[in-house]
Ligand binder design. Structure first.
Ligand SMILES: [Zn+2]
Ligand SMILES: [Zn+2]
Length: 240
């Protein structure tokens, strides 16, 4: 009898950002749904992914042809994303995939994508969460766009991160040579997904590998983009 009662218990659906109980078919409560801020696409440079008034295309060359984040890495969007990633709420992947697909349709409206790839997730974090947070969203984005998701194309090399550089330089150097693939791509426009970008160093490194593997153009999409402050002490004038 006791077991029977336990089986009857169902957990109520909660808002991804504030934990308020909401209907089963929703991801956010009405308040959070109104307050969540999508990226203001017109204010963002889609070449480097930063605000137009802080654009760094002049000082840096990227291997990808364009980049966009669906939300700024703050407030409700950040809370909701961390409920998904750290709170292991895999069911929220649909919401973020739809947000990314909407950003792609808005910013890369004229691009016909041939395949979707994702930045590899560390084995340890995949084991800890029980699901691959990046792969799950990337797969769903591919489903919405009606193209193939290519699993496990990029692999990670393991090496020790540098500790003595400034934050910005460290981010760039820590990912250099970190990703590789031994396969070839026969696709012209590919979409590359990572959940969050800041300097876009990881996405750029993966884009470089995809280009080496034969991709024509790589476009990047993320759930969250972290906008840096205007001054970057470690950024070299012509560095990458
Ligand atoms: Zn809420
Ligand atoms: Zn730019």
């Amino acid at each position: 009898m006791k077991n029977h009662i336990l089986l009857e218990i169902t957990y109520p659906n909660k808002c991804a950002a504030c934990d308020e109980i909401i209907p089963e078919d929703k991801f956010l409560c009405d308040y959070c749904a109104v307050c969540i801020k999508n990226t203001e696409y017109k204010k963002v440079c889609t070449r480097c992914g930063l605000q137009k008034d802080n654009c760094r295309c002049k000082n840096r060359e990227f291997h990808f042809a364009g980049i966009i984040g669906a939300y700024k890495n703050e407030g409700i969007a950040r809370k909701a994303y961390y409920s998904y990633k750290m709170g292991r709420r895999a069911e929220l992947a649909d919401f973020f995939a739809k947000s990314c697909a909407a950003a792609i349709k808005e910013v890369f409206a004229d691009i016909k994508f041939d395949a979707v790839f994702s930045v590899p997730t560390a084995h340890r974090s995949r084991l800890k969460r029980g699901f691959d947070h990046s792969e799950l969203i990337a797969q769903k984005i591919a489903g919405i766009l009606g193209v193939n998701y290519v699993r496990g194309f990029l692999k990670t090399r393991h090496f020790r991160p540098l500790q003595h550089k400034s934050e910005f330089a460290k981010r760039l150097e820590n990912v250099r040579g970190k990703y590789y693939t031994d396969k070839k791509i026969g696709a012209s426009n590919v979409l590359l997904f990572d959940d969050i970008f800041t300097t876009a160093a990881t996405l750029d490194e993966c884009a470089k590998e995809l280009m080496f593997a034969g991709a024509g153009n790589v476009y990047c999409v993320s759930v969250l983009s972290t906008y840096l402050k205007k001054k970057h002490s470690g950024e070299k004038k012509n560095g990458n």
